[in-house]
Design a protein around this ligand. Structure first.
Ligand code: MN
Length: 501
């Protein structure tokens, strides 16, 4: 994936009460912790020791520097010793980057036989971080608190999860999403307030004429189309009729041309994702299916039927999961298996499922499509693998956004010889009836980001940074409590957010 360079600043708080000797030791210890975290295989972004901060002016300046540095995706704060928190008010009030509060201690085991007051005074995070936590809470600052020794793999994993999320949030700031055509007519859940989204999330969504895209597609050379068709032949099982010399090879070339044209449009405009709609295909020969599938696999966010919120969410999920096992795709709850032996969801779309979730070598095929009024589109057909996964949906409730997550267990896909699209089959947690009712009460969309690599912890961290509600449907969900939680959140966000959206 093409990601802008980013780093996380490691910042240690203290004060001058301790004298220069101990402060030197504190700085050396903080450097060692930052270096160990930077080396951790669980943390995919560079961790840079930035400063030992001991005065309000130093703290304020560091926060301003963090805001201004385009590489800084977030801060890890740790109070090795006691750092009186009023010193942090001015800086943290100005800070615009997300932060994670690492509640750790340099020393791991207490040396019971030799412990003296010097030792006690050097290892004070137990109360220093409580003083910090009070101020973070007093300022109502969203943050993640990670607790435990810094060498503990679980601590590094939790910090690593947040780092991934901070990088995705960083990627959203100033990101651009292109809409080819508007929303599918009359559809509600894919609509939303793009101004509110840009204020809240930092990305811009704008529309582009389908004619401009068609003009770009027309500039693609036959040589480039040849080369891409050869790549298809390398990577996929291409249907005989689509191969060179086959009766419908022209349709494959149209698909390749569309992919190259959309890709060029996105690269030229610096876009991180896009939407299409089958209701606006003027000048295109077929609904772009293969193109959307392959662009998603390269990390672009995508939403069908003008669904820009899902396109942006999918991009964020792709960045979060980058380098982790298991892929992430645009998805739609398509149809149900309601057997008394177990209820399941068959997820698919008309065409646009990302091959990053393919369990098997995708097959490149052509079939009729009843909607859109265009020629038959080419598409990749495959099964998604069994295993733990989740669906996530970002909705606009009018005055605010809500992120809904359902943990699911994907199962082996049955033989589906007549189904000409990519698909996944899953079982919902805690059970089908509870999960679907909760999803519907929460207002979750039929479109989702579906992932084997992104976890609920990631999305919890993401919602925290964004300052939006997270509604999780998992193995512990009880419907009555879930409904109560939604009502309480309505009230909380109305009060906490006030008139700002
Ligand atoms: Mn759809």
């Amino acid at each position: 994936m093409q990601l802008a360079p980013s780093e996380i600043w490691f910042v240690c708080g203290s004060q001058h009460l301790y004298g220069p000797g101990p402060l030197k030791q504190v700085a050396a210890n903080a450097r060692a912790v930052a270096a160990a975290l930077d080396d951790s295989p669980h943390i995919p972004v560079k961790i840079v020791f930035k400063a030992l901060l001991t005065t309000p002016d130093e703290i304020t300046q560091l926060c301003l520097d963090a805001n201004a540095d385009p590489k800084c995706a977030g801060l890890v704060l740790w109070m090795h010793t006691f750092s009186p928190s009023k010193m942090w008010i001015r800086g943290l009030t100005l800070l615009k980057k997300p932060f994670c509060h690492l509640h750790t201690q340099f020393n791991r085991d207490l040396p019971w036989g030799t412990i003296d007051m010097d030792f006690m005074n050097l290892n004070q995070a137990a109360h220093g971080d409580r003083e910090a936590g009070f101020l973070h809470t007093r300022l109502r600052l969203g943050r993640k608190v990670v607790v435990g020794h810094w060498s503990d793999a679980e601590v590094q994993q939790r910090l690593g999860a947040w780092v991934r999320v901070a990088r995705a949030w960083h990627d959203w700031q100033g990101a651009r999403f292109a809409r080819f055509g508007d929303n599918m007519r009359q559809v509600a859940v894919t609509e939303g307030d793009k101004v509110a989204a840009e204020i809240r999330f930092g990305f811009a969504t704008n529309g582009y004429g389908i004619g401009d895209l068609v003009a770009k597609i027309k500039t693609i050379s036959e040589k480039s189309v040849d080369a891409l068709c050869a790549e298809y032949a390398d990577r996929y099982t291409v249907a005989r009729e689509l191969r060179k010399g086959g009766a419908r090879h022209g349709a494959l070339r149209d698909g390749a041309r569309a992919e190259l044209g959309i890709r060029a449009f996105l690269v030229d405009g610096g876009f991180n994702g896009f939407t299409t709609t089958f209701e606006d295909l003027h000048g295109l020969t077929q609904l772009p299916g293969l193109a959307c599938q392959r662009l998603m696999a390269d990390g672009y966010g995508f939403g069908a039927e003008g669904d820009w919120k899902t396109a942006a969410l999918l991009r964020a999920m792709k960045v979060i999961g980058d380098g982790l096992p298991g892929g992430t795709s645009f998805m739609e709850d398509y149809t149900y298996h309601l057997s008394p032996k177990g209820h399941q969801v068959l997820g698919a779309h008309m065409l646009e499922i990302c091959p990053s979730i393919a369990a098997t070598k995708p097959s490149l095929e052509i079939h009729p499509l009843g909607i859109g009024g265009k020629e038959d589109p080419v598409r990749l057909v495959f099964d998604a693998p069994a295993g733990p996964a989740l669906n996530a949906s970002l909705i606009d409730l009018g005055s605010r956004f809500r992120l809904i997550v359902n943990e699911v267990t994907a199962v082996k896909t049955p033989q589906l010889p007549k189904l000409p699209v990519a698909r996944a089959v899953w079982e919902c947690r805690p059970d089908f009836k509870t999960a679907c009712a909760a999803w519907i009460y929460a207002g979750g969309a039929h479109h989702t980001g579906y992932s084997y690599s992104v976890t609920t912890e990631h999305l919890e961290d993401f919602a925290e940074i964004a300052g939006i509600e997270l509604a999780v449907i998992d193995g512990d969900t009880k419907l009555r409590d879930f409904k109560t939680g939604l009502r309480q959140s309505d009230l909380y966000y109305a009060l906490a957010q006030g008139l700002r959206v």
